[in-house]
Design a protein around this ligand. Structure first.
Ligand SMILES: [Zn+2]
Length: 159
């Protein structure tokens, strides 16, 4: 039996897409929604996969500390990083790739979730990042780690 639950966390962040060539290359921001899906093969003695409050404190705690009201930039974006470092106070986070919704979901699933859930009996199998109400990207663990991206057609170009 595979049981899955989801906890939604909202946050605001700025970003830009390095070498995008269009308007997403400008500094701008989004009201993001992150959906964290975790699974377990069984429930605990209470009947839960895990307490939703546990997921909230872990995921929201990490996002508050690192991404919320900060800037998320590609570590290769030297110009963007040097610009954001001039602001005081400044809060930014470097990703090893462009901060698209796809890559943000992948980073949360592959890097952050294993750290945050390491002492629990659950595994994060999917992270969905909503960049607008019309578009999300999803990273999902399958038998082998892979990335599945879904973007609503009408949203192409508004990232
Ligand atoms: Zn954007």
């Amino acid at each position: 039996m595979n049981l899955e639950i989801m906890r939604r966390i909202k946050f605001c962040a700025g970003h830009r897409l390095h070498q995008h060539g269009g308007k997403c290359e400008f500094f701008h921001g989004h009201n993001y929604v992150a959906d964290f899906f975790v699974t377990s093969n069984d429930v605990d003695s209470v009947g839960r996969v895990i307490d939703f409050a546990e997921l909230k404190s872990r995921f929201e705690g990490w996002l508050d500390e690192h991404w919320d009201h900060g800037f998320i930039l590609n570590q290769a974006d030297e110009n963007g990083l040097s610009a954001i470092k001039m602001v005081e106070p400044c809060k930014y986070y470097q990703l090893p790739y462009n901060p698209t919704a796809e890559n943000m979901a992948r980073y949360l699933l592959e890097v952050v979730c294993p750290k945050l859930l390491g002492d629990t009996d659950v595994t994060a199998t999917c992270v969905r990042i909503w960049e607008t109400e019309a578009s999300f990207a999803e990273a999902r663990l399958q038998s082998a780690t892979s990335l599945v991206a879904a973007v609503a057609p009408e949203a192409v170009g508004v990232r």
